[in-house]
Design a protein around this ligand. Sequence first.
Ligand code: NAD
Ligand code: LMR
Length: 347
Amino acid sequence: MTTTITLTGAGGQIGYALLFRIAAGDLLGPDEKVRLRLLEIPQGLGAAEGAALELQDGAFGLLEHVEVTDDPAVGFDGCDLALLVGARPRGPGMERGDLLAANAGIFGPQGAAIAAHAADGVRVTVVGNPANTNALIAAASAGDVPAERFSALTRLDENRARAQLSETLAVPVDTVRRVPIWGNHSATQFPDVSHATVGGRPAAEALEAIVGDVPTWLDQTFIPRVAKRGAEIIRVRGSSSVASAANATIEHVRDWVRGTEEWTSAGVVSHGEYGVPEGLISSFPVRSVDGEWQIVEGLEVSDRARAHRRVGRRARRGARRGAIPRDALKGHRAGSEQGRMDAGGAR
Ligand code: NAD
Ligand code: LMR
């Protein structure tokens, strides 16, 4: 079998970090051949073409073909998996929602091109920020392609949350499970430890033994550290996360395609689950079953999660109007609410 994968922004930082891992089989395993389509804008074509030369020099046995283009019709032709990475990253002092003006215009035309040219079962992962809103914009422009085929990356936030818990509890990170992210990939996200397990046992007792006052630690240390980790990386590194973002993208897509037993997190379309307005793309605890994300239902929502949601709503109410370009979400009921979710992120 050969899978056709379209990567937008292939000449950028995350694109460069992704390409070689995809070609090496990290995404789909050692038996699945891949055909890569690298979609760029004219200014990015040189970097994408250079990456294509290096892919050739990598002599990857799984890589059947690489095509570089700035034409979305060619880029999405027959595409099974679309990774929408191409978008401007934020710099110091910016919130992800500040990128809406620069980036939202990218995703409507790409959604339309996906509907027109991609394979029937296409699955689209949006990484470019603000990821949830861009995913909604792409889905809203994608005609008959079901909104469930679009998801936004919040796996990086989940990985950050698991890594912080692992460090605090001094346990291997792969023993820490069930730390879902709720909300947007923005500073109002809620990393939820109330269901967390370590080595299959509830994490709560171990956490209390180490940090003492767990609620205070959550509010003052853990939640802000995770929610603002992207900004921390930008401050320390001088530009936004790359390799960790590419790694999370690989994990997200691999789980979507191959399925999961354990929960993970992804921004997916709401059908009203947990009171999230229908049609919004919001991060939930999810499993992937038969190639489809399924929201894990029936979880008890803690008082802290409810309080956090109220803060998120207040931030959204206070956010400026018109965050999404006028035509990007024509007639979409949840559109303005989604834009406020991103624009309302606290710094
Ligand atoms: P980058 O500037 O290095 O690369 C972006 C690339 O996208 C450039 O090569 C640019 O030419 C290309 N591009 C711009 N418009 C395009 C279009 N219409 N079609 C195709 N390509 C286009 O940026 P980066 O560091 O690779 O980050 C890319 C995006 O990913 C940013 O928006 C960043 O904020 C976001 N990001 C998201 C997460 C997440 O967890 N969701 C994590 C890290 C970064
Ligand atoms: C991240 O979380 O690292 C990315 O979304 C980049 C950013 O702007 O923070």
